[in-house]
Write a protein that binds this ligand. Structure first.
Ligand code: SF4
Length: 192
């Protein structure tokens, strides 16, 4: 009999700032004890593994908050522990949500080495004015750089965009989608 599939979700509840529209479980803290959080997450994972033996792990998703603020070592230790506690499917997808701030983008190579194979990037807009309206902590240029780095380091990359902002027309949104699709086509061309 095939083992029942299991998807693991890991929540990192911290952000560099609080976006005004956000109702996620996310908090701004000046300092986070990464070691304490790593130990707590690993202890929780071990507890869940005792409750759910014999399952096949098909995905791990690091969400938040902003899990790209996690130290890559913490991410790597959690992935390693998950793989030790459960058999993993050959095509396991390991996703991490990231924001495009420069300091976070600089961690992409280490996060990929830690075992992440899909990055979900909180781009939200290609325009500085809209990013400012949304209270985002990154600029359009940082978003582009982060997307370049993400596409360089991860097998799979997705990015979020927010639509229907005040004053946004259908033509504005079409232009945004054209720009987004050009990034997707660039990836397809480099793979083919
Ligand atoms: S970065 Fe994401 S999780 Fe953090 S405050 Fe903004 S919308 Fe919320």
């Amino acid at each position: 009999m095939t083992a029942e599939p299991l998807a693991l979700y890991v929540h990192w509840p911290f952000c560099v700032s609080k976006c005004p529209y956000c109702d996620f479980n996310s908090h701004v803290r000046s300092g986070v004890d990464q070691n304490e959080w790593r130990e707590a997450l690993l202890a929780d994972l071990a507890h869940e593994a005792r409750l759910l033996p014999g399952r096949t792990l098909t995905s791990i998703f690091f969400g938040g908050g902003t899990p790209s603020l996690m130290e890559p070592k913490t991410v790597g230790d959690i992935i390693r522990s998950a793989r030790q506690n459960w058999d993993a499917s050959d095509d396991i997808e390991i996703t991490l949500e990231a924001n495009p701030n420069s300091v976070e983008a600089d961690r992409f190579a280490d996060l990929a080495s830690a075992g992440v194979n899909r990055l979900s990037l909180g781009l939200q807009s290609f325009e500085d004015e809209k990013l400012a309206f949304l209270g985002r902590a990154h600029s359009a240029a940082e978003g582009q750089r982060a997307l370049d780095l993400a596409q360089e380091h991860f097998e799979r990359v997705s990015f979020d965009l927010i639509y229907a902002l005040p004053g946004e027309t259908q033509a504005d949104w079409s232009a945004t989608l054209d720009r987004a699709l050009s990034r997707a086509r660039r990836i397809c061309r480099s793979i083919s």
